[in-house]
Design a protein around this ligand. Sequence first.
Ligand code: NAG
Ligand code: NAG
Ligand code: NAG
Length: 263
Amino acid sequence: MIKVIFALFLAFQQITCSGYLELYFQSEFHLKATVNITSCSTTAPPTLIPLMISSNETVKMHKVPMKMDGSEYQITIFVINQDRLDIDNATITTSFVPKNGQISPLTVMFPFTGIRMRVGCDEQWHGEKCDVFCCSETASRVGKVCNSHGQLGCPQGKRGLDCALPISKKWCKCQNNGACISSFGKNLHEKMQCECQLGFRGSHCEERVDNIEMKSTYGVDPKKFEIATAKMLYESVVDNELVEVKRERTGGHFLQNLRINDQ
Ligand SMILES: *[C@@H]1O[C@H](CO)[C@@H](O)[C@H](O)[C@H]1NC(C)=O
Ligand SMILES: *[C@@H]1O[C@H](CO)[C@@H](O)[C@H](O)[C@H]1NC(C)=O
Ligand SMILES: *[C@@H]1O[C@H](CO)[C@@H](O)[C@H](O)[C@H]1NC(C)=O
C-alpha cells in the first residue's frame, strides 16, 4: 500500500498547468455581443466569440482555455442592445491574471444584470495556478480522493491511512467556513489542512480573494442623447446576479467605471 501511494506521488509531479474561463451573461434586454479574449503575453490572435443574449435568460459561453502561468488577459465585451436604440453600444472591459477560485465582479452595469467569470482548472488539475496534477481514478484505487490542494487525502471528515478515523475541526482552526481535511505529503506524512470556500484563501482561509473589476464605456450619439439616458446609465449599477459570493459593495464604484463616449 505504502509503496503504491509513494509511486503515485512521483507520477504526480508535472510542470504544465491547465485551466479555463467560462462566462455567463444575463440581461433584461436582447443583446448582440462579441467577446474578445486577448492574452497580453503572447502574440497569438485574440479569441473572438459572437453571442446572442435573450432577455432574462442566463447565457453560458463555452469554456476558453487559459494559461495559468501568471499571464494577464484582457477581456472586452462589445454589446449592441437591440431594445434600447438611444445607446448605440456598450463596451465592458477587464484585465486580470486568471487564478483558480477567483470571483466575479460584485456589481454590473447596463445592459447587464449578471456576469459570471468563472476561472477553473481542467479535470485532474488543482491549485491556484492549476499546476498540481492529481488523478482521481488512481487516488480512488488506493481508497483516497484528490483534495483541493491536489494532494491525496481522505474524504471529508476522515483521516488516517485507511481513512477510518474522524477529523476534529479544532485541529485546523479554519476561518470562513473552511473545512479541515487530511492531506498526505510525499513521505506519506499526514497533515490536516484547510479547504477554503470559494472567495477565501490562505492556510486558515483568513484572506478574501479579490473580485474581478470591470469598466463600462457607452457609445451614444449626441443627437439622441438625453439627460434621462445619462441618468439611467448612472443608476444602472446593480448587484451582480451571477456573482458566486455575495459581499457588500464598496461605494463610488460605478462613477469611476462609467465613461460616455459622445464625440
Ligand atoms: C425581463 O425582466 C424584467 C424585470 O423583471 C421585466 O421588466 C421585463 O419585462 C422582462 N423581459 C421579458 C422580455 O420578459
Ligand atoms: C481584441 O482585443 C485586443 C486587446 O484589447 C485588441 O488589440 C484587438 O484589436 C481586439 N480585436 C478585435 C477584433 O476587436
Ligand atoms: C459605438 O457608438 C458610437 C456612438 O454612436 C459610435 O461612434 C461608434 O462607432 C460605435 N462603435 C462601434 C464599434 O460600432
